[in-house]
Design a protein around this ligand. Structure first.
Ligand code: NPW
Ligand code: K
Length: 518
């Protein structure tokens, strides 16, 4: 389920009162790490004899602080389970209590200052499991040369059989420096304690963290201090809004769509198809008459008359100005969310009154964001720079424009102007196809219209109805719908229709698929 990510200092601060009260935080962390490590050892190898803790070779890279303490206590537990544990002491000090516990359980220690580096290297290469306990949240960037050299030689030797688990965080994690990537720990798993650290969610660090597993050690974290939120598939079933028995079409939300043009009529059809399928009260198609005819052929329930809306989505398929301007005019005195895609991104930066006093969502892909930022920042921002750091650029764009930015790509990211981010899990690569973005626009518009209608029903004041985090989370749900639909199809026409199938499954789950006894 979704997981909030916190700045490291927020998590460290939350530990302080508990440590003062004597809570056994390290014991909890080390116990969870030992269990996770044992499971990783049992998951390896083909032969049954390889899938055991007893007899497996475990190597601990031990640093100078409490991060090593976690690794050493966990290793002690694995040693008691029969693992052969070797500890590579990388500094002139380590966590003494942890070292004593590991030694008592039978671990042997190799002091890198006293033995040839080749011995440590050999131990690393032969290990079934390596625990990176060099540095944790107390780490500064840049490891001493004798450690980077060891890591470089270990990695240069080619793939080794061992699973690498980073304890709390991969030591010396640095997303931005490709030059030194070969001297850093590349973990298969990161077991992180207390809460998800914000530094672990950046798409650029995935190759260093591997799969991230969060262990609850009983910290009381204040959700208001979270920096981001990661959303995963199961969030859909939990949070997708369902209609209530007393709902009517207006209370479920009305979406205005200005998409498609005489040149690109298909965008209008794709956007309305996915909007209709996303479980909304009503869709008003407000674009060109020639597109409206096609839309109505596919969806007779779509309304082409002007009228009130709860959200307006525009821009896919470059709709003509003569339809954009009146649609913006019609929402001028309202607080309804506005979604700008493709051609309508050109409105950003203008003094358009319609862009003020309401939540505005921009949904560019990297090329569109590159054009937008180059214009706004007055410097040449290329699409490849944006693709290399999607979260960083989405945050920059949100901060610069004051709008919520959903940057589409292999790892779609959503950023609010204050830096808060929502990261939905990645969808299938088949989503990279013409028209896919139009389909996403329709889902987004539909879910935002529903959210606005519900907020209005609750009596929220204009301007207070939808806060940025609620909107960002709603966008995250829309991306999860898009992902789920994407795994059922090979082109955007099928994708738009599959949205309806996904939502149908959420609103009317198949009772025969339930686990309940018959
Ligand atoms: N608090 C708790 O109860 C719990 C903590 N837990 C665990 O503790 C971890 C945090 O522990 P920690 O604070 O001891 O920091 P950690 O990163 O192990 O080492 C700091 C030492 O490294 C040194 N150093 C730093 N950077 C360096 C560099 N680049 N190159 C060389 N040296 C460098 C630094 O030196 P200094 O900066 O002081 O000069 C200092 O001596 C946390 O991630 C989690 O795993 C969990 O068990 C839950 C309960
Ligand atoms: K570590």
């Amino acid at each position: 389920m979704s997981e909030r990510a916190y700045p490291g200092e927020v998590i460290r601060a939350a530990e302080v009162p508990l440590l003062g009260a004597g809570a056994p935080l390290m014991e909890r962390a080390a116990t969870a790490l030992a269990l996770y490590s044992a499971a990783a050892l049992r998951a390896r190898g083909r032969a049954a004899r390889d899938r055991r803790v007893a007899g497996s070779r475990v190597c601990v890279l031990a640093g100078p602080g409490n991060n090593a303490g976690d690794a050493l206590f966990a290793a002690a537990s694995l040693a008691r389970g029969g693992a052969q544990v070797s500890i590579v002491l990388l500094f002139d000090r380590t966590h003494d209590e942890g070292l004593r516990a590991a030694r008592r359980a039978g671990a042997r220690a190799i002091d890198l200052a006293a033995v040839p580096a080749a011995d440590a290297l050999e131990t690393l290469r032969r290990a079934d499991l390596v625990l990176d306990g060099i540095l944790g949240t107390g780490g500064r960037r840049g490891l001493p040369a004798h450690i980077t050299g060891l890591i470089r030689d270990w990695r240069r030797g080619g793939p080794t059989p061992g699973t690498v688990i980073a304890v709390d965080v991969p030591s010396d994690l640095d997303p931005a420096d490709p030059e030194t990537a070969g001297e850093r720990i590349h973990a298969d798993h990161t077991v992180t304690f207390g809460g998800l650290k914000a530094e672990l969610i950046d798409p650029r660090v995935r190759r260093f963290t591997g799969r991230v597993h969060v262990v609850d050690i009983g910290l009381d974290l204040d959700a208001a201090r979270a920096a981001a939120e990661v959303m995963v598939g199961p969030d859909l079933a939990a949070d997708f809004p369902r209609p209530r028995a007393d709902d009517h079409k207006y209370s479920r939300g009305v979406l205005g769509v200005v998409a498609g043009s005489a040149t690109y009529p298909g965008a209008g059809v794709l956007t309305t198809t996915s909007a209709v399928g996303s479980g909304i009260g009503m869709v008003r198609y407000l674009g060109a008459a020639s597109v409206a005819d096609r839309v109505l052929t596919h969806h007779p329930e779509v309304v082409t008359a002007e009228g009130a809306v709860d959200a307006l989505v525009m821009g896919s398929g470059d709709p003509e100005d003569e339809f954009v301007a009146p649609a913006l005019e019609a929402i001028a005195d309202t607080d309804v969310p506005l979604v700008l895609d493709a051609g309508s991104l050109a409105l950003v930066g203008d003094d358009a009154a319609a862009l003020t006093g309401r939540p505005v969502v921009l949904t560019p892909h990297a090329g569109e964001l590159a054009r937008l930022l180059s214009r706004l920042l007055g410097e040449d921002v290329s699409a490849s720079r944006i693709t290399a750091d999607p979260l960083g650029w989405a945050r920059r764009a949100a901060s610069r424009t004051g709008h919520i930015v959903l940057l589409k790509g292999g790892s779609t990211v959503i950023a609010c102007p204050d830096g808060y981010a929502v990261l939905p899990e990645s969808g299938p690569p088949s989503l990279a196809t013409a028209g896919s973005g139009d389909v996403l626009s329709g889902i987004i518009g539909s879910l935002l219209a529903g959210a606005h209608a519900r907020a209005t029903r609750r009596g929220a004041e204009p301007g207070e109805s939808l806060d940025d985090r609620t909107i960002a989370r709603t966008l995250g749900l829309a991306v999860l719908v898009h992902n789920a639909a994407g795994s059922r199809c090979v082109n955007a026409g099928q994708l738009a229709t599959a949205v309806g199938d996904v939502v149908e499954g959420l609103l009317h789950p198949d009772p025969s698929a339930s686990d309940s006894p018959r």
